[in-house]
Design a protein around this ligand. Structure first.
Ligand SMILES: Cc1cc2nc3c(=O)[nH]c(=O)nc-3n(C[C@H](O)[C@H](O)[C@H](O)COP(=O)(O)OP(=O)(O)OC[C@H]3O[C@@H](n4cnc5c(N)ncnc54)[C@H](O)[C@@H]3O)c2cc1C
Length: 394
């Protein structure tokens, strides 16, 4: 097979790049070992938070804002609703400075980004949070940052919509095919796959948790998969209205970096909310993830975070599933040419917060390959930045 551009991995990032390349008339082949959307990587579990004032760093704000515009275009293409602007709420002490991966000083940095970029928001005193959103029980001293344009996306539907729109624009898909190795040759890249060799002029590697070993140095020690768990807790009948009209929420609390959790409203007919904390311990090889979640883990989640903070939630989870973050040493993305294979563009945008940016990342990737550069500045995500020094090995 010969193709101008191969996109390897069709999750959040790859499916967005696939559509954006195809709609520009590029001869593009999308390759995946599974048939996305699927529950083996980082892009499943019904919902992902989105917001525009990005407390993880102001370099992300243009990506989030542009993504919101593109989701609306994709909704028109797909004829379905993907982005639900139900509002996003951060509850925290205003001066919270506990070190947390990517989110130290989260509420203050979110507020600063909102002010700098003119993003609609409100700062809520504790009593105002309780009056408007009685399902939350903040402590004295905690305040709220509320962004009415925040909300959630439906990740599986977004991936499916990207792939369908890309195919309508004549992009080709090769599913159930695993890349074994990449070899850059004189004027192309040879992709060695389980279905034979493919020759591509350029390759986008958006392989999520699998990317490190495929890309070799320096990525193999820089992109580390970490197992995460999402839990669904039942909503008590008298609290259904409050939880079904709830904003999404993020709640850093307590003195430890692990004292952070987030969650979603109860989706139509679910009678439950999804909530999760984050795990930044030892990495997990993505082909060897323990997908079982013992009931004790959900009980720990309830006791450590939900008890006393969320009202109207039962204490026994209805279900829990695993997912993977691909974490970099500084918790920021890597979007850059491979230092040893210049025809290969590496797109690793996870570290637990990539989905909301994926639509604009797909567009930026396509612009970079077609026009040579992207409208949005991606220099914060270069592979040679000093904060990416490797910290651990898988
Ligand atoms: C529990 C959880 C909660 C999250 N919450 C949020 C949130 O609220 N907001 C937010 O913005 N972000 C969130 N994120 C992060 C976001 O979901 C990720 O940044 C994003 O989904 C990553 O997408 P990806 O395309 O990099 O990876 P994936 O979607 O995993 O895609 C990688 C693809 O590559 C394919 N592949 C890999 N290796 C090969 C190979 N050798 N050959 C062929 N195909 C291959 C895989 O099959 C897969 O389909 C969350 C992540 C998790 C796990």
């Amino acid at each position: 097979v010969n193709v101008d551009v191969a996109v390897l991995g069709l999750g959040a990032m790859g499916s967005a790049a696939f559509w954006q390349l195809a709609r520009r008339g590029v001869d593009v082949l999308g390759i995946d070992r599974f048939a996305p959307p699927h529950p083996m990587g980082s892009t499943h579990g019904e919902t992902r938070i989105t917001r525009e004032a990005i407390g993880e760093g102001e370099a992300y704000v243009p990506l989030a804002r542009r993504s919101h515009e593109i989701w609306r275009e994709l909704e028109a293409e797909a004829g379905e609703s993907l982005l639900h602007e139900v509002g996003s709420l951060i509850i925290s002490r205003a001066d919270d400075a506990v070190p947390r991966p990517g989110r130290t000083g989260f509420i203050a940095r979110s507020l600063a980004a909102a002010r700098r970029y003119g993003i609609a928001h409100e700062v809520l005193a504790r009593d105002e949070i309780v009056r408007r959103f009685p399902q939350f029980r903040p402590e004295d001293g905690e305040i709220g940052y509320f962004e009415p344009g925040g909300g959630y996306l439906l990740p599986e539907r977004c991936v499916a919509a990207n792939l369908a729109a890309g195919e309508r624009a004549r992009g080709r898909l090769l599913l159930g095919t695993t890349l074994i190795a990449l070899h850059e040759e004189a004027d192309h890249v040879r992709l060695q796959t389980t279905g034979g060799s493919i020759h591509a002029g350029r390759v986008v590697v958006s392989a999520g948790a699998w990317a490190g070993p495929l890309l070799g140095q320096p990525f193999d020690t820089m992109l580390l998969p970490k197992r995460q768990v999402m839990h669904w807790f039942p909503v008590q009948p008298e609290w259904r209205k409050a939880w079904s009209s709830s904003p999404v929420f993020m709640w850093p609390h307590g003195p430890s970096g692990d004292d952070f959790f987030y969650g979603f409203p109860s989706l139509a007919g679910a009678g439950a909310i999804k909530t999760a904390d984050e795990f930044y311990g030892a990495p997990t090889p993505p082909d060897n993830v323990d997908r079982d979640v013992p009931a004790e883990d959900s009980a720990r989640m309830y006791g450590a975070h939900l008890a006393g903070r969320l009202a109207g939630i039962g204490d026994v989870a209805l279900r829990a599933i695993t997912c993977l973050y691909t974490v970099t040493p500084d918790s920021a993305f890597v979007i850059d040419a491979h230092p040893h294979m210049p025809r290969v563009l590496v797109v690793s945008a996870c570290s637990g917060h990539g989905f909301k940016h994926s639509a604009a990342i797909g567009e930026a990737v396509a612009q970079r390959l077609v026009e040579g550069s992207s409208t949005i500045d991606l220099s914060a995500f270069r592979v040679d930045r000093p904060t990416l020094r490797q910290t651990e090995k898988m």
